[in-house]
Design a protein around this ligand. Structure first.
Ligand code: DGL
Length: 280
């Protein structure tokens, strides 16, 4: 845990996910704001989070946030819907005041919910997400607050993250599970005209999901919206923005084997990655 002396110091933006999925968010954030420094932390050793209980996801996420704080990050983005759904509120309200009230933790669900009002015409939308995110009903609640006229139907996709974490997401075997969850969702609400990919891993399956989803249905990957929302946040919080260091540097940390992480992350990001191991 960071001590009092670490208050108000400057450092990189921390980006956290259970595994590789947050890289899809990092990519968009960095594209928009390449000047900042970033620390990415993937808890690959304990992924997936999506099938774990509230208490476990909360504990794991708090450990990761504390670690990123102790590495000097004034701000951490939970680039993980499951962690945003199950841990963000408690960390913001109960933990931050005692750990360090000057630091901030942001999630990915609110910025995604905000974009949907202008996208759907039919006012029927779908959410693909992990079982944990769907069970939490966080999307239904956040969208309901902003756009009460929109009907939200959530579809849990428990097999998608394991396919991605295990590098099977491009293979034909993945098709079965991609079609299965699309068909289940559309049979529950045939009027859906937009679907949120409510898990940061899913953009890696985008081509397959697009292939099996009717072409008139919009698919929404959240990275771009999260990146714009973070830029907007910095515009409104100059004090926090001034605490982010600006050397355009990025470091990667994983709780699993750094060589495997480096290989996979290089594929996901399209540029060479050297990861380091960290324990939580
Ligand atoms: N990428 C994460 C999300 O956005 C979590 C996936 C998982 O670990 O199950 O929900």
């Amino acid at each position: 845990m960071p001590n009092k002396q670490s208050h108000n110091t400057a450092g990189p933006i921390g980006i956290f996910d259970s595994g590789y999925g947050g890289l899809t968010v990092l990519r968009q954030i960095r594209q928009l704001m390449p000047e900042y420094d970033y620390l990415y932390l993937g808890d690959n050793a304990r992924a997936p989070y999506g099938t774990r209980s509230f208490e476990v996801v909360y504990q794991f996420t708090l450990q990761a946030v504390s670690r990123l704080f102790s590495m000097g990050c004034p701000l951490v983005v939970l680039a993980c819907n499951t962690a945003s759904a199950k841990a963000l509120r408690t960390i913001q309200q109960n933990d931050l005041p005692t750990i360090d009230p000057t630091r901030r933790v942001l999630g990915v669900i609110r910025p995604t919910a905000e974009c949907i009002g202008n996208i759907t015409q039919s006012r029927h939308i779908g959410i693909f997400a992990t079982p944990g995110t769907i069970r939490s009903q966080t999307y239904d609640i956040e969208i309901g607050k902003l756009f009460p006229d929109i009907k939200v139907t959530g579809q849990a996709c428990p097999m998608w993250v394991p396919l991605i974490e295990n590098g099977e997401y491009r293979d034909d075997g993945a098709d079965y599970f991609v079609r299965k969850y699309i068909n289940q969702l559309l049979s529950r609400d045939p009027d859906i005209d937009a679907i949120i990919l409510g898990c940061t891993h899913y953009p890696l399956l985008y081509d397959k999901i697009r292939h099996f989803t009717p072409s008139d249905i919009r698919l929404i990957s959240q990275g771009e919206y999260v990146a714009k929302s973070l830029a907007d946040y910095f515009g409104r919080h100059r004090d926090m923005e001034s605490r982010i260091t600006r050397n355009g540097r990025i470091r990667f940390f994983t709780t699993e084997n750094p060589t495997s992480f480096s290989d996979n992350a290089t594929c996901f990001l399209g540029s060479s990655v050297e990861a380091e191991r960290v324990s939580l």
